[in-house]
Design a protein around this ligand. Sequence first.
Ligand code: PLP
Length: 393
Amino acid sequence: MSLSFVPSSNVASIKESATIAVSQRAKALRAAGRTIIDLGAGEPDFDTPTFIREATKAALDAGATRYTAVEGILPLREVIAADATRRRAGRDTPVTPGEVVVSTGSKQSLQNAAFALFGPGDEVLLPVPSWVSYFEMIGLARATAVAVPGDPSIGLKVTRALLERYATPRTRGLMLNSPSNPSGAVYGADELRAITDLAAERGWWVISDEIYARITYRMGEAPSALDVAARRDNLVVINGVAKAYAMTGFRIGWSIAPRAVSQAMTALQSHTTSNAATSSQHAALAALTRTDEADAAIRAMVGEFKERRDAARGILSAIPSLELVEPEGAFYLFFKAPGGDGTAFATKLLETEGVAVVPGAAFGTPAWVRASYAASRTDVESAMHAIVRAWSA
Ligand code: PLP
């Protein structure tokens, strides 16, 4: 007798990542012979810089093939802690390596943090549009995500006043993401400080996902919560190497959090995945310590992203009514679809023009659409012309 699968309550309400669903439909069409431009993915199209790949091979040859401490190798946590200490600029005690946990991608860091901080009965403020996984991560922790709609007049960002409007006595924390996936908006230092001040006053946790911090087009690096917050005893800052260093497949992210939170996250991780892959930790160490080479590589990649962004914006300017969030960071264009139906427009684009984008429903904003420009310049330009055609068709 075969056993039929009834999903447990742990997973019953999990939805497949909508961004992955679009990529799969695009792949299926491609397999059927269609030419498809995939602007659905959130992954740099560049190769990992050579010096990082070489350092990884050298680490493997030197024996980096065994378990490490659950929280990660000390030199990597030291360099992360030193950078955080520099950002605090003497405002409080140095950040120690004991406050850093290295995980299998920043995705795991975020999940560890959500699990450690939130539980049943807790509400977590989630500015929308929001990266698709935050909703699920908060749900997996059995807490409740409370969507806080961003203000279109400031690039769909949230303010102190907006957050206050959605707060209740059950609010335990909030998620921040700047530069934002999906909108490409970047919070300025003052905007960020107003929010961290509110959280400190109310005793809320702030999980600040800064994975795109080094991919910005105006200010060199986006402000970190560590740069601006008056205190850090309620801060969990998340970062990683995936996006800025083109190291998605290495799966290295980290958290900087108060020691007790870091200990809880480490205990959780010790029962799930243990340490992040050892050779990848050494790769990340090379990325963070060989700064001249890393800075040059990042400058080149960000420069290329910027050129694509500018070219895309130029083509889209043929649509006079286009509501586009000012794309200041990450590598996404986020715009309101014609007729206010992002899913209908994304479907039309894929089926009639062979261009894959992600409907805004995935991010809690169904009227909008996200197009990634982490694709070749030629593909980005062709896709933008297709969007202009589909707009008026
Ligand atoms: N946070 C945001 C906002 C992202 O867009 C992504 C990747 O798409 C991640 C985190 C996860 O990155 P990682 O590859 O480090 O797990």
